[in-house]
Design a protein around this ligand. Sequence first.
Ligand code: 13P
Length: 250
Amino acid sequence: MTRRKLVVGNWKMNGLKRDLGEVRAIGAAAAAHPGVDVALCPPFTLIADAVAASPGLVIGAQDCHAADSGPHTGNISAPMLVEAGARTVIVGHSERRADQFETSQDAWAKAAAAHRHGLHVIVCCGETEAEHDAGRAERVVQAQIEKSVPDEAAPDWFTLAYEPRWAIGTGRTPSIEAINAMHAIARAKLKQLVGGEAARGIRILYGGSVTGANAGDIFAASDVDGGLIGGASLTAAKFVPIIEAAAALG
Ligand code: 13P
């Protein structure tokens, strides 16, 4: 099964209305490369503006609550995201696991809620530096996938992102071989959970210090289906070369 490359920008807690020009430029680049799927996840406050600024670009969110509504001060639900115009959502990002103490079970419930409301879902996994150094990365990632991926996950609505925490925002990345090996391990785990056909079709993105300079090599690895990009997605100048790198791979 051929998996189209997918490049997703995660703006994290960055972005004000003055940055909508970047959204427009990224949307134009995405339109110029129809062979690649591109999505951009700005903060909640910019979702509706980003959709208006670039109607053809897939705009997503960086989290959602597992419940549709209720007494959850400060949280945002999947139906709210849909109403704002989001089409995809990242759940279980390591920064939320670290800062908001989210668990894989939380990610599972959020993914299920998002799917119920028709959103595409990107579930994140990845080991910490200590887990990596202790040789536990494989087991940690397998356990995260087991607990956070809904059984009914399918290629048309579900994507996995492998983001080793020690590679996020550090300028350090694993070797291409190590990235591809972990993606193969992740795909084997997916197979156990959702079956061979779905596992072959589900895209697995790499995240952590991807730039225009390394994206081509990383995305060329056989089990890498694109990237989840933080810092290098904040401007079109940095993000467009990553989209182009994916496009060059077809
Ligand atoms: P950086 O690309 O800034 O390392 O961030 C990766 C990430 O966490 C994307 O979700």
